[in-house]
Design a protein around this ligand. Structure first.
Ligand code: T68
Length: 824
């Protein structure tokens, strides 16, 4: 401890240039972070060296998004120095919790996809897998959400304004990134046509490294994030021609590339800057991968034995064309050889079946910005369509393909003609990869049967499932110390590395003393949340209420509106005196809406309007409260999830690819009210469906309902409580003076086809909520189920997921000596 204290003081003085006697929490947080980073960097260097020494096959995870959240607590826990740090900082006059508050969340992602990437890096580090995360260091991460007059207002997230003590900026290792320009043809000595891309504009990619430690194993992997730097300073002419301000403007223009994260999830943002970001990221990453590979290899055909590249959705899929370009134009390989290398190296993960989220780029834009890549994509397509023709004519594809060959070719082509001629990035990713995976069993089945059914017939081995997982280090151990300590006191700490060990809790569910201790831990978390809400929102929570929580991005398919209709119905019953047996509850909502997503923003407004009415109504507010948690983010989830008793996972069946929040809640002992969707299905199967509150129509039932003509008006007319709730929303019951404010929401349900079947599931949802309320009154049974839920969540560790990727997709093994955890 004395060592750590000395290091912190030294950093306050010599790294931050401050007086250690002036007790600034900001300085002491930064100094502590630097002292922790010192303890990581030796192991990071040793880890990187060992990869070279052992000629290890490396895994590169390419993701435009990461959501690491805060690093301090997680890193202290991984290093096993949390207690030491707590005491050291207390000696210096600080509470560790307060210091941790100084850190800004690294919000370099939108939601589940970005958070999954961060969980996966944590697992690679813990399992000893030679992995690297690659991404973009956005200057502005996901916007900061404030609620003003009930509405979402976006503020810039200038997360690095106060510096980032965790990152190493490596300004000396810059990679050139080129755009535009033209392609020149030439003939090589064997008479073959060759191509050279002479590009117009150049910017530079600067690496910023963040260290990702494994759990208690000395293995530290790298997350390398690229930041755009202008090459203007390198081109002295620019400054010397006298156009100084012009040169500076150009510099600013170049550096715009990594300025801001696109804040939309589940819709495609077809903007030129977004494509620039993607290519900027991809070419810098591929150059870096090949630089490392070429240190030990001359023969490019050995690449797939040394390198696996995982594409996190299609956002980095242009990497396939980029690697082809390098192999063809720089290494001068033949097409077939280059293509084999690509396909064997790449693998692609799909995260959505929503058609509006499948990425396409206009051919005209690609031709201008990346002309050589567009040529390569055309050539990939021509060869692929010839192959399709061959397979379709062969016996093994059956008559179906054959008869309909032209249509089949149009459907699978990399190019779609309408509404504008564009490249389908998912098709490029499928064809250019040896593995295509979905993120939960149902999602993968839907990919095979619906979205990519043609590809499933063409390549029956390619599409596979890897159900998501979450890291127990952050989402149980670090976020929920009260519960973790209780668990550890009975079964030891092995579960942090091997989550299956939680099954040892099962017998304890029958032990009344253990149940009481479990409830005490939950209560401690609820009180902690209560204190936080009081500080942040100046609201008093009732900890004896059932804490019912719905936090995730706001999206119609996630159906926050269904939850809201339940709240309005409960409010009506209480008002009308029809709910004598109502179990008191506080309903929490939280989540960001894409700034351009009108309906999602209106949903936020409606939730806040209903909350204002309910909370102000003294007839009901001792029994029902509604809280909107502004600015939902990773660190907020870490506070809220451990305090949650009921987890809302109520997406339209078939629409949520997996979900990962669902896993975090159950792991922390919340019971789930949910639909038969995404990974919630597998959770129900692992836990026992009777221990969750499953309701609503299943995916196949919705398909048939849609086919037979779904008429939401039937539900409206047939259900009095539903009608009352919708009419109140449509009139100005919750928006006095602003008549019609929420009419678009209601009209969308009643007259817009209710695409997400809110009305169809309303009655069943109410029934399930009734069951929840009843069970909560029996605290012994509730607690028993809570324990069993957590005990059976072992499968949903990201360690299991990453082990499967490693074995079944990447063909990599953990580093020697790290398989069983402890490092040398
Ligand atoms: C999520 N996808 C899935 N996308 O919705 C969720 N999209 O079911 C799943 O659990 C999770 O991925 C992990 O597999 C997203 O989060 C995005 O954030 C996104 C971002 C940009 C463009 C499109």
């Amino acid at each position: 401890m004395e060592g750590l204290k000395k290091d912190v003081i030294r950093h306050v003085v010599s790294s931050l240039g401050s007086d250690y006697a002036s007790k600034s929490a900001y300085n002491y947080y930064n100094a502590l972070a630097l002292a922790v980073r010192d303890r990581l960097i030796d192991n990071w260097i040793k880890t990187q060296r060992s990869y070279y020494d052992e000629k290890a096959k490396r895994v590169y995870y390419l993701s435009l998004e990461y959501l690491p959240g805060k690093s301090l607590m997680n890193n202290l826990h991984c290093l096993g120095i949390y207690e030491t740090a707590r005491k050291a900082m207390s000696d210096l006059g600080f509470s560790l919790e307060d210091l941790a508050e100084q850190e800004w969340d690294a919000g370099l992602g939108n939601g589940g996809l970005g958070r999954l990437a961060s969980c996966f890096l944590d697992s690679m580090a813990t399992l000893g897998i030679p992995g690297y995360g690659y991404g973009i260091r956005y200057d502005y991460g996901i916007f900061h959400q404030v609620i003003e007059d009930g509405k979402q207002v976006e503020q810039a997230d200038n997360w690095m304004r106060v510096g980032n003590p965790w990152a190493y900026e490596r300004g000396q290792h810059l990679f050139p990134v080129r755009f535009f320009g033209e392609v020149k043809n030439w003939t090589d000595e064997y008479g073959r046509l060759r191509h050279t891309w002479t590009a117009g504009d150049t910017v530079l990619a600067m690496p910023c490294d963040m260290l990702v430690p494994g759990w208690d194993n000395h293995h530290v992997i790298n997350m390398r994030l690229w930041s755009a730097r202008s090459d203007v300073e390198f081109d002295l002419d620019f400054f010397n021609t006298g156009n100084y301000l012009g040169a500076v403007e150009e510099k600013i223009f170049d550096e715009k590339i990594s300025k801001v994260l696109y804040p939309s999830d589940q819709i495609e943002e077809g903007r030129e800057l977004r494509l620039k970001q993607q290519y900027f990221f991809v070419t810098a990453t591929i150059q870096d991968i090949l630089r490392r590979f070429r240190k030990k290899h001359q023969d490019m055909t050995e690449l797939p034995q040394s390198v696996a590249i995982q594409l996190n959705d299609t956002h980095p899929a242009i990497a396939i064309a980029e690697l082809m370009r390098i192999l063809l134009d720089e290494d001068l390989l033949d097409w077939e050889v280059a293509w084999d290398i690509c396909v064997s190296t790449f693998a692609y993960t799909n995260h959505t079946i929503l058609p509006e989220a499948l990425e396409t780029w206009p051919v005209s834009l690609l031709e201008r910005m990346l002309p050589r890549h567009m040529q390569i994509i055309y050539e990939i397509n021509a060869r692929f369509l010839r192959e399709v023709e061959r397979v379709a004519r062969s016996e093994d594809c059956g008559q179906l393909c054959h008869r309909d060959l032209d249509h089949l070719k149009q459907r699978v082509s990399l190019i779609q003609e309408r509404p504008i001629k564009s490249v389908r990035m998912a098709h490029l990713a499928i064809i250019g990869s040896h593995s295509v995976n979905g993120v939960a069993a149902l999602h993968t089945e839907l990919l095979k049967a619906r979205v990519f059914d043609d590809f499933q017939r063409l390549y029956p081995q390619k599409i596979n499932n890897k159900t998501n997982g979450v890291t127990p280090r952050r989402w149980l151990w670090s976020a929920n110390q009260p519960l973790s300590r209780l668990i550890a006191s009975h079964i030891g700490t092995g579960f942090v590395r091997n989550l299956d060990e939680l099954t040892q809790l099962e017998p304890l569910a029958a032990d009344p003393a253990f149940r009481e201790a479990w409830r005490a831990a939950k209560l401690e978390n609820k009180q902690r949340l209560q204190a936080y809400i009081k500080r942040k929102l100046m609201r008093e929570l009732h900890t004896e209420h059932l804490f019912d929580v719905h936090i995730k991005r706001i999206h119609e398919y996630k159906r926050q509106v269904l939850n809201l209709l339940h709240v309005v119905t409960a409010y009506n019953r209480l008002r009308h005196g029809q709910a004598a047996d109502f179990t008191p509850r506080t309903v929490f909502f939280g989540g960001k809406a894409a700034p351009s997503y009108f309906m999602a923003k209106r949903i936020i407004h409606a939730i806040n309007a209903v909350a204002a009415t309910v909370n102000a109504d003294s007839r009901v507010n001792d029994k029902l409260q509604v809280v909107y948690l502004p600015n939902y983010c990773v660190s907020q989830a870490e506070r809220v999830i451990p305090a949650t008793e009921l987890s809302e996972q109520i997406s339209t069946a078939g629409m949520e690819a997996s979900g990962t929040g669902n896993m975090k809640f159950a792991l922390n002992g919340a019971l789930t009210i949910g639909t038969w969707d995404g990974a919630t299905i597998e959770m129900a199967q692992a836990i026992g469906p009777e221990l969750l509150f499953i309701f609503g129509m299943r995916e196949d039932e919705l398909v048939s309902l849609r086919q037979h003509g779904y008429n939401p008006m039937l539900y409206y007319h047939g259900d009095e409580e539903l009608r009352e709730a919708l009419d109140m929303l449509r009139s100005d019951a919750f928006s006095p003076g602003q008549h019609g404010l929420f009419a678009p929401l209601v009209d969308n349900l009643l007259h817009g086809g209710d695409r997400f079947f809110v009305l169809a599931d309303y009655r069943q949802y109410l029934g399930a909520q009734q069951d929840v309320g009843r069970l909560y009154l029996d605290q012994e049974e509730w607690t028993r189920r809570s324990i069993l839920n957590a005990a059976r969540m072992g499968f949903f560790s990201s360690d299991r997921a990453i082990s499967q990727y490693a074995r079944e997709i990447w063909d990599v093994a953990p580093m020697a000596g790290l398989q069983n955890g402890k490092g040398a």
